[in-house]
Ligand binder design. Structure first.
Ligand SMILES: Nc1ncnc2c1ncn2[C@@H]1O[C@H](COP(=O)(O)OP(=O)(O)O)[C@@H](O)[C@H]1O
Ligand SMILES: [Mg+2]
Length: 214
């Protein structure tokens, strides 16, 4: 596959959606064809799964069920969006991918699911495929949560299933993302997201430019 796959990861309200759009525009300005996508819900079918996953009672699924739903969405996203676009040489930017499942469903829930079970799900769905680059947007969870609640106040359909968890969950999840970055330093780059939109965009562009020589 000639394209590239870049994922943005991090907790609630850290700026993933904002930065994914800005990065996509930047790459386009460099003459690169991009596809801006997201998980969960990067496909029409995935949007139905997203609805199940991001709204309602925080304890409505057990850990394995929840991971299987995320992985069903992921498989559909890879086969229908990510891989076809990459075959055509396009760069796919995804607002969340598998590290979010690991951070939320494994680290966030205090390791309620067996780690190997989760890794096996990844293998079934994606084989050896991995993102070319993962940007981990890091910030104190309190800051991101404030932004998320402010944003949700203006939305009709409030996607607050995870925001409604205790601070401990969000701290675990931040630690989880940092652990993942430590374990896979070639794929993951941690950026300080506790800054203004433009400064963060510049940090991200610097990482992408260095990584891909553009
Ligand atoms: N660097 C920033 N500083 C202040 N507010 C921001 C920043 N980045 C994004 N926001 C705002 O915070 C909210 C959450 O940002 P968003 O990009 O949707 O985060 P995420 O996708 O990670 O949840 C949005 O209302 C957005 O406009
Ligand atoms: Mg978002």
């Amino acid at each position: 596959m000639n394209g590239r796959f870049i994922t943005l990861e991090g907790g609630e309200g850290c700026g993933k959606s904002t930065q994914a759009k800005l990065l996509s525009s930047y790459l386009q300005s460099k003459g690169i064809e991009t596809v801006l996508s997201k998980e969960p819900g990067g496909t029409p079918e995935g949007l139905v799964l997203r609805q199940l996953l991001v709204t309602g009672d925080k304890d409505k699924f057990d850990a394995v069920t929840e991971c299987l739903l995320y992985y069903a969405d992921r498989r559909n996203h890879l086969t229908k969006v990510v891989w076809p676009a990459m075959e055509q040489g396009k760069w796919v930017i995804s607002d969340r991918y598998a590290d979010s499942t690991e951070a939320y469903q494994y680290y966030g829930y205090d390791k309620r699911i067996d780690y190997n079970t989760l890794q096996n799900m990844y293998k079934i769905v994606a084989g050896d495929f991995k993102p070319d680059l993962t940007l981990i947007l890091d910030m104190p969870p309190e800051v991101g949560m404030k932004r998320s609640f402010a944003k949700a106040a203006n939305m009709e359909n409030k996607e607050l299933r995870f925001e409604n968890r205790q601070m401990e969950f969000h701290n675990n999840l931040r630690r989880g993302f940092l652990e993942i970055a430590k374990r896979e330093p070639n794929r993951c780059v941690v950026v300080n997201a506790d800054t203004d939109i433009e400064t963060l965009h510049k940090q991200i562009v610097a990482v992408v430019a260095e990584r891909f020589g553009i």
